[in-house]
Design a protein around this ligand. Sequence first.
Ligand code: SF4
Length: 401
Amino acid sequence: MVTVGRNDRAVPSPRAISGARASGVAAPSGVAAPSGVAAPSGVAAPSGVAPLVTVAWEITRSCPLRCLHCRADAQVRRDPRELTLAEGQKLIGEAAAAGARVLVVTGGDPFARADVFDIVRSVTEHGMHAGLSPSATPRLTPAALDRAAKAGTGTVHLSLDGASEATHDSFRGVRGSFRRTLAAFELVRDRGMRLQVGTTVCRRTLPELQAIAEMLEGRVDAWTLFFLVPTGRAPALEALGAPEQSRVLHWLAGLRASFAVRSVEAPELRRVLADGRGAGHPPGGAGPPPSGVGVGDGRGFCFVSHVGDVCPSGFLQVPVGNVRERSLGYWYERAPLMRALREQARYGGRCGICEWWSLCGGSRARAWAVSGDPLAEDPACDYFPAASAPSASPEVPVPSG
Ligand code: SF4
């Protein structure tokens, strides 16, 4: 996840989405959503070893919503093969032992499990920050949020995929989801928990991003934008191409808002922020040199499915092992795919030669979804590394807005 940080100017006008210049500061903070937080500088190593920072555990796939782009392809009924509470508590202990500082309890709808509060309590008892991602269903009540707060939930993540009842509810597949989500905003913050709102970025939601940003002003702690990966129920045609994604990233980099802004499956935002000059410009010359190490799939982050499969992320569901067989730390540290994800020499295409790799690395989930190779270049990036042939390094002008 990439954090832009808090800004103090007004939200840019709608036309600014076509090309605000990069600005702001990337800062590590908060709870990770399905992939990546910025790592504390000096902690992660760029290859071979990358200390575990964040784990997301999908405690169930059960969810009554029928979201159009559901990563989990959620089901109404709970899977009898789900990890039990005892197995989950063992997993939580393994995450803490492996060094994780954040554990996100996700689904499906985590409130589909009656023991969700015991799970959250176990996370906090192990000294980790507990994130919770409930779905906007009738289970999302003041009483449930009371229990979540009492169990020690630090951050609640809610999804908002439209600026109106019509657009959000049609995306979520259930009427009433929009109103329930907005009502929960105040309930979460009144109980002292941080509120993080997530929005899927795709062709369908693109026209409403500006309006959503304005809706969130002064009401949330963080806005996380999930750049659609064509997996689960997500159709490939909904995903943004490289030029569109670049325009959104530049808009985000210039966004002035009261909340932190983060990207998931678009780590290129780190490059846009650090470079400060826009896509297509090689970093030599006036721009600052690449610095820091970004957390990403298998690089400080991993995902555990409802049945215990360990994957680099929730969008890159390529199991490397199962926590019923070996510990989470074992799979995270030793699985060949996890290790390959930490070695740039194993990467293909532009990501394999890119000077921004340590900070960015590209979306491994998108590379996998599009090419079948999680180590291929990120097809939604429009940057050409300095090591690529000059003829293949076109200057892509940044619109002045
Ligand atoms: S080429 Fe790969 S590593 Fe470089 S900025 Fe693009 S996505 Fe990131």
